[in-house]
Design a protein around this ligand. Structure first.
Ligand code: ADP
Ligand code: XUL
Length: 558
């Protein structure tokens, strides 16, 4: 039998460059967590004055960006902490990472010279300040590109054609429309751009000291890549911006080696000079790897800054609502995903208004009300929502005569506010009713065999309780709520193994016989709710969809 073991006494490092923080997880050769670290942008790099890791532009509707150099400073700070903790960085055989999807970085002409000759006696932030032609990176929360999305869809023959070609219709946060907007609004900056990176390939570039490729999976979040060919689509590049192909560089599989670690990190932090950097990818794809999602009946729910729902599939069917990406740890399959912009930040907003800024109070309020909330339904959009495409606004309804048995005779009445306890339940139930409704419409397995929950809010079992009741299945969790950096560490090991074998090997070969002994093992968090309640929720979500459709007709954007 072939030997798939990892070198004894070696480590694998995974980063997660997310919206609010940079995190790291280190796994040993038995795939057990040996170290975790985090740098929070707002509180630990306060001189950038971000709120939730971003700037919301008060002058341009929907423009949301982050200072690119902040991510650079966070990398040095995090590595310094790992180094100071006494962890032997020289034992790290491979590094990979996860980046918030879609966000883009614009390297200025001439920056490759700086990147390839970094002085280990100085911090990265002191050397890369002038390396960017656009200093504020558009991030996934941005929604300023409605016009560009319309133009790109029109030019290729419509939303469904674009989805068939790239895996998604045009979305405002996607990188192609973002690049087109920069070309239209800052033509000089566009001209002065040598390379466009995603957050993922940008961080990998820092680590190898030259421009890293964009990987096939994160590349599918750009509206630029032909998903079947896994190559740039010339047709779409042409309608997006001139001269784009040379600014994007090449694509590579997520399990490929991006390069060896740059001398800067060998000298400054004592990494081994043979340490491999494996292609970075998007945060949701890395979570898919970290949650060891390999059965089509399983779904994952990630409750981070965004809320996402994803699973795997063997085929790519074009759709208007969700997204299809190549599976980052399988050379043939795909992952499917739904994304909500109003996740944790909206829950925090309601917690701060109704629950004394405390999750304990929030959970107690949730318990004060019954499932189905007596027919009180809420739609809470603190930021422009993606599913459905609705602008900022809160909408609350009471369903008169709703008893969960029939919708006959049920009428909704719009109201201005709910009491605190009803508000909390309307928010939580609303978020997961919407997820279930759209997952069913998208053709995801419903009810799923099981749900694996991850992300910051998966720490909250009261919230997961509603997930189990609404979806009607058990909810599991892994040891660390940061499955993105854990998945990145696992992918580092996977990339290392594929490189050693000189071919693609199934990721499961690394843990097949010993999952229970690793930090990847899932444990039951909450059991499925009772089936009668699931049926009552089915009625409620049908009513919710009806109201949502009306809101979209009245207020919808695209
Ligand atoms: P990201 O990786 O997208 O930056 P995380 O996965 O780290 O985000 O999640 C951060 C969010 O987790 C915070 O915004 C916070 O609202 C949420 N969170 C943390 N603990 C809890 C809790 N006990 N209950 C609900 N939400 C929580
Ligand atoms: C995915 C998306 C978000 C970001 C968050 O399409 O936009 O989930 O990846 O980091």
């Amino acid at each position: 039998m072939e030997d798939y073991s990892l070198p004894h006494d070696s480590y694998f490092l995974g980063f997660d460059s997310s919206t609010q923080s940079l995190k790291a997880t280190v796994l040993d050769a038995n795939l057990k967590i040996v170290a975790q670290e985090i740098v929070n942008f707002d509180s630990e790099l306060p001189h950038y004055k971000t709120k939730d890791g971003v700037y919301r532009d008060p002058c341009v509707n929907g423009r949301i960006v982050s200072p690119t150099i902040m991510w650079v400073e966070a990398l040095d700070l995090l590595l310094q902490r790992l180094y100071n903790s006494g962890l032997e960085l020289g034992k790290i055989a491979a590094v990979s990472g996860s980046g918030q999807q879609h966000g883009s970085v614009y390297w200025k002409n001439g920056s490759l010279r700086i990147l390839s000759s970094l002085d280990p006696n100085k911090r990265l932030v002191d050397q890369l300040g002038e390396a960017f032609s656009v200093k504020e990176s558009p991030v996934w929360m941005d929604s300023s590109t409605t016009e560009q999305c319309k133009a790109i869809e029109k030019a290729v023959g419509g939303a469904l054609v674009l989805s068939e070609l790239t895996g998604s219709r045009a979305h405002e946060r996607y990188t192609g429309p973002q690049i087109r907007r920069i070309y239209e609004t800052q033509p000089e900056a566009y001209r002065d751009t040598d390379r466009v990176s995603l957050v993922s390939s940008f961080m990998a570039s820092l680590l190898i000291g030259r421009y890293a490729c964009i990987d096939h999976t994160d590349g599918a979040g750009m509206n630029l890549m032909d998903i079947k060919e896994r190559a740039w689509s010339e047709r779409i590049l042409e309608v997006t911006a001139p001269g784009l192909e040379e600014k994007l560089g090449k694509l590579a599989p997520a399990y490929a080696v991006a390069g060896s670690i740059a001398p800067y990190f060998v000298e400054r932090y004592h990494f081994d000079k043979n340490c491999l950097i494996i292609q970075w990818s998007g945060d949701n794809p890395n979570s898919l790897a970290g949650l060891t999602l390999n059965c089509p009946g399983d779904l994952a729910i990630s409750l981070g800054t965004s809320d996402t729902l994803f699973g795997i599939t063997a085929e790519h069917k074009p759709c208007l609502e969700g997204h299809v990406f190549p599976n980052p740890v399988d050379s043939k399959g795909y992952m499917v995903m739904l994304v909500y912009k109003n996740g944790s930040l909206t829950r925090e907003d309601i917690r701060n208004r109704c629950a004394d800024k405390s999750w304990d109070v929030f959970n107690a309020l949730l318990l004060q009300t019954q499932p189905l909330n007596g027919g009180k339904l809420g739609f809470y959009y603190k930021d422009h929502e993606i599913i459905p495409p609705l602008p900022v606004g809160f909408h609350r309804y009471i369903l008169e005569n709703f008893n969960g048995d029939t919708l006959d005779g049920v009428k909704e009445r719009e109201v201005a506010e709910f009491d605190a306890a009803s508000e909390v339940r309307a928010l939580v139930e609303g978020q997961f009713l919407s997820m279930r409704a759209h997952a069913e419409r998208f053709g995801m397995p419903c009810p799923p065999k099981r749900i694996i929950a991850t992300g910051g809010a998966s720490a909250n079992n009261s919230i997961l309780n509603s997930v189990a009741s609404i979806f009607g299945c058990n909810v599991y969790k892994v040891q660390s709520s940061d499955s993105a950096s854990m998945g990145a560490a696992l992918r580092a090991a996977h990339g290392w193994l594929c490189n050693k074998k000189g071919k693609f090997v199934a990721i499961s070969s690394m843990y097949m016989d010993k999952l229970e002994t690793t930090s990847l093992n899932c444990k039951l968090a909450v059991s499925a709710g009772d089936q009668q309640l699931v049926s009552k929720y089915t009625l409620l979500l049908n009513k919710r969809l009806e109201i949502e459709n009306r809101l979209v007709q009245k207020l919808g954007r695209m």
